[in-house]
Design a protein around this ligand. Structure first.
Ligand SMILES: C[S@@+](CC[C@H](N)C(=O)[O-])C[C@H]1O[C@@H](n2cnc3c(N)ncnc32)[C@H](O)[C@@H]1O
Length: 214
């Protein structure tokens, strides 16, 4: 692991078994949850989508259903093992591409997208790098394009039920609890986003935040 403060940089073992872990850990709920989130995120036919920290291609396949053959999807992920799995999973789609790289650094892209998506990635960075990622999203969006963030919501873990405390403090990335204390909308507003829409899941501990590049 390159960065000791984060757990989003997955070990090769976790990367290889990532989908199986999530499916088992969520008692089979996760695939339904992700399908519902993608539906609610309102991807449209022909959309171009950039996915930051794309993982195993689970979201790519779901998004493909909405953007269709005329749409385009580019996923970036640091882990070679994740990128390999994603490429294999999406090999039948000509308009889906994966790149290995760091999303907090300058992105190897110059085009502008209709949507930038980031799922369960932002919490795992120190704030300085979260802002670099938000700025990267802004720079890669067309004017009026949407930034779609799925991650932990702003909540006080001290008052959470035992199971949530255990998951956030013992299982999740050490940076997740600090992320949950941040006013994400304020940070996004300060970086050029507006027109916020949100949905909450899992007793409001998870949030889908959708905002627009002004
Ligand atoms: C918790 S997983 C989420 C994967 C996917 N977005 C999903 O929701 O299924 C976090 C992902 O971020 C990737 N990642 C971690 N640090 C990264 C970085 N600095 N740049 C790009 N990807 C990174 C990991 O390899 C992993 O695939």
């Amino acid at each position: 692991m390159g960065n000791k403060e984060t757990k989003v940089e997955l070990t090769p073992f976790i990367a290889k078994h990532y989908d199986a872990f999530l499916n088992a850990f969520s008692i089979g709920i996760y695939p339904f949850f992700t399908a519902n989130v993608v539906k609610e995120a309102n991807f449209k036919k022909g959309d171009s989508v950039l996915d930051l920290g794309a993982g195993t291609g689970r979201f790519a396949c779901l998004i493909q259903k909405y953007i269709g053959e005329k749409g385009k999807y580019v996923g970036i992920d640091l882990s070679e093992i994740m990128v390999q799995q994603a490429k294999k999973r999406c090999r039948s789609f000509k308009n889906i591409h994966f790149i290995q790289g760091r999303i907090e650094e300058e992105l190897p892209l110059t085009e502008h997208f209709d949507k930038v998506f980031i799922s369960f990635v932002l919490h795992g960075f120190v704030q300085e790098n979260r802002i670099k990622i938000i700025k990267n999203a802004y720079n890669r969006l067309r004017i009026g394009g949407q930034f779609i963030i799925l991650d932990y919501a702003e909540r006080d873990v001290n008052t959470a039920p035992f199971i949530v405390k255990f998951l956030i403090r013992k299982v999740e990335c050490p940076l997740a609890e600090e992320f949950m204390q941040i006013d994400l909308k304020k940070v996004l507003s300060e970086n050029g986003f507006s027109d916020f829409k949100e949905k909450f899941y899992f007793k409001n501990y998870v949030r889908l935040e959708i905002c627009k590049k002004q």
